[in-house]
Ligand binder design. Structure first.
Ligand SMILES: [Zn+2]
Length: 271
């Protein structure tokens, strides 16, 4: 079993590909990569002017058994938007909420998000944070540095938190935070954009092995994730497959691989 906990349906291709075709392509690459389930993350408009609206994604995947959706809320959400997200959680149409510090100027411990975090706790779904480098200049890299997750994890020990992209390039910050908090997980998406070449493959392999070792015999909390389709036409059909291959070659135990490929995802997202 493999679960990709972080994919998108935005069109980053130079070609004009319809939303329905993108879903078809997602299912195709999942099959090629032997990925059984995928979780689509919604974007706020601040991240991408091509952001697909949450309703369009939900409508598109409503009959898909193995594709799930994590909704999103802007820091400037209205009470009506919060109410709508609550409804979607109640109906199990979304299985988490994603936030985008680094694209919108706020830190994860911002009080304005307390009501949203309370919803995540009430419905036992994770708050997912874009973390690490941002696409384009954004509003300040300080907002998406993973160190700020620590404060939120202290304040809300019952909130399940997912740090996206391993906080890349601040991998050591994530290593420490994962070890400090039982409620914090991290996904390994978008470590590379163009595939694992001879520079990045050993670099990230070593980093992940170190991160697992840092846990000192405890179970690690890493999640398999790609960020498919990333941005590059050239890797559109191969990216997910290559990511699976990357995880399989890691020098970690079979148990650690299973945790990363699906067991941790089942626990966090209850898929
Ligand atoms: Zn993403």
């Amino acid at each position: 079993m493999i679960i990709d906990t972080h994919v998108h349906l935005e069109n980053f291709s130079t070609k004009d590909v319809s939303l329905a075709e993108r879903l078809t392509n997602l299912k195709r690459v999942m099959k090629q990569a032997q990925v059984d389930k995928a979780i689509i993350l919604c974007c706020v408009d601040a991240v991408n002017r091509k952001a697909v609206q949450m309703d369009d994604i939900l409508e598109l995947v409503k009959n898909e058994k193995n594709i799930f959706v994590v909704g999103t809320l802007s820091i400037n959400y209205t009470p009506a938007q919060l109410g709508y997200v609550k409804e979607l959680l109640q109906q199990k149409r979304i299985i988490g909420i994603k936030f985008y510090p680094g694209y919108e100027a706020f830190y994860p411990n911002d009080n304005r998000l307390d009501a949203a975090y309370a919803l995540c706790e009430a419905y036992d779904v994770p708050a997912v944070f874009h973390s690490g480098e941002t696409y384009g200049r954004g509003v300040g890299i300080k907002y998406s540095m993973p160190i700020h997750i620590d404060d939120l994890a202290i304040r809300r020990p019952n909130l399940k938190i997912v740090i996206a992209h391993l906080g890349n390039p601040w991998l050591d910050e994530v290593m420490v935070i994962l070890n400090r908090h039982t409620n914090v997980y991290a996904d390994i998406s978008a470590l590379v954009w163009r595939g694992f070449d001879s520079c990045w493959k050993p670099y990230y392999s070593d980093a992940i092995v170190r991160l697992i070792k840092w846990n000192d015999g405890q179970k690690h909390k890493l999640l398999f994730a790609t960020d498919w389709p990333c941005h590059n036409d050239a890797v559109y059909y191969t990216f997910m497959k290559e990511y699976v291959r990357f995880v399989k070659q890691l020098r970690i135990s079979k148990e650690d691989k299973e945790l990363m490929l699906y067991k941790n995802a089942q626990k966090v997202f209850r898929t």
